[in-house]
Ligand binder design. Structure first.
Ligand code: PLP
Length: 406
């Protein structure tokens, strides 16, 4: 039947956006939970703790003090100052507040960066497995994602040779995500210095360094920002970070970029016409998170908690048949290789890839995982450990039982 809006078209740049596989599986799991089925969700992309009380108190205070109006589009000056202090203390990077633009989450910051630097047809190098939003943001801005396949053998780290090979005359940027979602891979300082040496030969290439999981590194690994590799890299790196993962503030929507002044000004100008400014109250909450001593205490607790869960996951997964994995050094995800299941038929479903495995795990084992196709890795499923230790144990019991019955 024809609809009254049949003649109306949707612009290609929007119509072509892939629906989020992550959200689809999460929605299905939620529906099963609502129907009374005890599904354990390993899909979470956010810490399972509440935002700490001291941050919530700062937001309430901001409301009481009337901070409920427009702010400067790049964010309040005190927050940008606090971000500069953080980048200096944690990353050894010197910025001034005019180099910082605060946005509505790191995702929005990344969108702004893509809009600000990409012309039609510009290539952006992304290592796979990748966070599913990168290629979409690049394409929305008219750019072309160019994927570099990494493997478990290298810890899912892109090598200098791979980077050099992927660079063409059209390359405008490379995205580095360390620690990585979905792989948990962490680039060492040496890894990044090696990549920097390649990039120094290509002066027209920006580096978008997504450091949102910076606080979640384990086993004595240290987070390093590629912006620190040299003055040249500092000038063309856009450091992207935010409050979501470190302070359990996903709903507050505060992220930021640190870049050279001309790019920061361009992003600020654009933001002033699109979202005006990030939420005023959330900005005051973020300021408190970054400046209060409570913030550091929370970060220590967060890292310790996730590290304990990571160890439990690794210990349990190591005893399971069929699958394989490497223990991640960062973030809160395991990429589990399910390649051995491909070609098999389970419960009447022929397994062609991770999407089929995710479907079977949901319907037959009652656990929700994210299929790797979403990340450009069809041999993998992603298991988050941002869930309670009890749920981790229950969910892994279900997974183990399922795998032993194959
Ligand atoms: N970058 C990566 C790698 C992520 O996984 C996420 C969230 O899942 C983000 C950026 C965006 O974070 P937010 O927009 O909540 O600040």
């Amino acid at each position: 039947m024809s609809k009254s809006y049949d003649k109306l078209t949707i612009a290609k740049r929007t119509a072509n956006i892939a629906p989020s596989l992550t959200l689809a599986i999460t929605a299905k799991a939620k529906k099963m939970q609502a129907d009374g089925i005890k599904v354990i969700g390993f899909g979470a992309g956010e810490p399972d703790f509440n935002t700490p009380d001291f941050i919530i108190a700062a937001a309430k205070k901001a409301l009481d003090e009337g901070h409920t109006k427009y702010t400067p589009s790049a964010g309040i000056f005190t927050l940008r100052q606090a971000i500069c202090a953080k980048l200096n203390k944690d990353n050894g990077l010197g910025y001034t507040p005019d180099q910082i633009v605060v946005s509505n989450g790191a995702k929005h910051s990344l969108h702004n960066v893509c809009q600000a630097i990409l012309e039609d047809g510009d290539e952006v190098i992304i290592s796979a497995p990748y966070w599913l939003t990168y290629p979409e943001l690049v394409q929305i801005a008219g750019g072309k994602p160019v994927f570099v396949e990494t493997t478990a053998d290298s810890g899912f780290i892109m090598t200098p040779m791979q980077l050099e090979k992927a660079i063409t005359k059209k390359t405008k940027a490379v995205i580095i995500n360390s620690p990585s979602n979905p792989t948990g891979g962490v680039y060492s300082e040496n890894d990044l210095r090696d990549l920097a040496r390649v990039l120094e030969r290509h002066p027209g290439v920006y580096v978008i360094s997504d450091e949102i999981y910076e606080k979640l590194v384990y086993d004595g690994k240290k987070h390093f920002s590629i912006a620190n590799a040299s003055k040249d890299l500092y000038d063309r790196t856009i450091v992207v970070n935010g409050m979501s993962k470190a302070y359990s503030m996903t709903g507050w929507r505060i992220g930021y970029t640190a870049s050279n002044v001309s790019l920061a000004t361009a992003i600020d100008n654009m933001q002033s016409h699109t979202t005006s400014n990030p939420n005023s109250i959330a900005q005051y909450a973020a300021l408190e998170a970054l400046t209060s001593a409570e913030g550091d205490k929370f970060l220590t607790k967060l890292t310790k908690t996730f590290n304990e869960r990571r160890k439990v996951m690794a210990e349990r997964l190591s005893k399971m048949p069929v699958i394989s994995y490497i223990t991640p050094n960062g973030a809160f995800y395991f990429m589990v290789n399910i390649g051995m299941l491909k070609g098999k038929t389970i419960g009447g479903i022929k397994i062609n890839g991770a999407q089929d495995v995710a479907e079977i795990l949901l319907t037959q084992a009652e656990i929700a995982v994210i299929p790797g196709e979403a990340f450009g890795a069809g041999d993998y499923i992603r298991l988050s450990y941002a869930l309670s230790p009890e749920d981790i144990e229950k969910g892994l019991d279900k997974l183990e039982k399922f795998l032993r019955n194959i």
